[in-house]
Design a protein. Structure first.
Ligand code: PLP
Length: 392
């Protein structure tokens, strides 16, 4: 069989695999080094009590005659879809249009299949690497338009560059920059998509991290249902990165040029490719969206944001130009004249601190590091101490 030639166009390793390998090589050379990771954006705190109870009670009931369940609906348990629509979207979307999944990343891949081989895609640069890599694997690099989002344009893309794209993948607050679109900016994007009949895929994996009244969903913008699909995730808000649970909203109002509803194809696709999310995760999700679960999630998010705030202060004190860290658990740090990988290696060698090179998120990310605020508090404080010592 011939290889899918698009695989030769993606980097041979996914970004975090490359970081893991560099870490392993370093530890082979310096086996006693005690490394601290401010790198991969993974949660570190235990699942909170009420949410954990949701997971454990369904797990044990599966072991009883009365409580056993097999396959559920591919699109998710209705109670969870309803809870997502009501609690997270304040009934701005119909439960019927919420499709529960095993995580946002998995749905990004499935959406690429929905869009098919002919579609041209525009992405924020820098962005979460899965948008780029899944786009390349499905249809090659030539189909992709990068939209630089830098401090110089206040992280707002030049939409004129996306003129030829059919689909815009957008994330707010963006991983890695932490930049949040305002209501006005989002309204501009929605209008652009409407005027030119494009589809937006809006990733809200960090929506609960948003402070103040910034838009937590693209559906806060009037008319957005006619142009936007929205992805969400329990990974960073409930600590479900290992449990696996997310969702995608495909509104009935969204149509192709030809007039057919996108939702019908999405339903066809997931009932074909997917057999539903784990019942255990889904019951964890239901617990997370109950009042006790919501307040636990808010507390968890505050904890990570507090850690991020400590890192933000530290990097500022050290004289770095820093972005993000307010609405997202990430800092985007400019590296006075160094390349991302050089700065990554230098911090690893001198401070034994792992970071994420900005170039891993796109060409416009070179010259930046992403610093993650996920971590035990003691680890974050230790990292801050080391950074101060390293800069002296
Ligand atoms: N989208 C963004 C922007 C992310 O940063 C991440 C994870 O880091 C994901 C999606 C993946 O989420 P999930 O764990 O639900 O697959």
């Amino acid at each position: 069989m011939r290889r899918n030639t698009h695989f030769s166009q993606v980097a041979s390793r996914y970004l975090f695999q490359e970081i893991r390998e560099r870490k392993r090589d370093f530890l082979q050379q310096y086996p006693h080094a005690e490394l601290i990771s401010l790198s991969i954006g993974d949660t570190t705190e235990p699942i909170t009590p009420h949410i954990c109870q949701g997971l454990t009670s369904i797990s044990s009931s599966l072991g009883s005659e009365a409580g056993y369940m097999g396959y559920g609906p591919e699109q998710g348990i209705l109670e969870l879809r309803q809870a997502i629509a009501t609690t997270l979207y304040h009934d701005r979307v119909d439960a019927d249009d919420v499709f529960v999944s095993d995580g946002a990343k998995c749905d990004i891949g499935r959406l690429q299949t929905l869009f098919g081989p002919e579609t041209s895609v525009a992405l924020q640069d820098p962005a979460y690497p899965a948008y780029l890599d899944t786009s390349i694997i499905h249809r090659g690099r030539d189909s992709i338009i990068l939209l630089p989002c830098t401090p110089e344009n206040h992280f707002f893309p030049d939409l004129a560059l996306a003129e030829k794209a059919d689909v815009l993948f957008l994330c707010s607050p963006n991983n890695p920059t932490g930049a949040l679109f305002s209501h006005e900016q989002l309204a501009t994007i929605v209008q652009f998509a409407k005027d030119r009949k494009k589809i937006i895929v809006f990733d809200t994996a960090y929506s609960l991290y948003i402070q103040g009244d910034g838009p937590r969903s693209i559906y806060e913008i009037a008319g957005a249902k006619e142009v936007a699909i929205e992805i969400g995730s329990f990974s960073k808000i409930a600590g479900f990165s290992g449990v696996r649970l997310g969702w995608t909203v495909v509104p009935k109002e969204l149509h192709y040029h030809s007039g057919e509803p996108v939702r019908a194809d999405w339903m066809r696709l997931i009932t074909t490719f997917y057999n539903g999310s784990s019942i255990i995760s889904q019951h964890g999700g239901i617990a997370a969206l109950q009042p006790a679960g919501m307040s636990e999630m808010r507390e968890l998010v505050s904890f990570y944001l507090e850690s991020t705030g400590l890192l933000l202060e530290a990097f500022k004190q050290l004289g770095y130009e820093v972005y993000g860290g307010i609405h997202a658990p990430y800092l985007w740090v400019r590296l006075q004249g160094k390349s991302s990988w050089d700065a990554f290696d230098e911090l690893l060698r001198t401070a034994h601190v792992l970071t994420t090179p900005g170039i891993g998120f796109g060409e416009s990310g070179d010259g930046f590091l992403r610093i993650s605020g996920f971590g035990k508090r003691a680890t974050i404080l230790e990292a801050i101490g080391r950074l101060h010592r390293y800069r002296q």
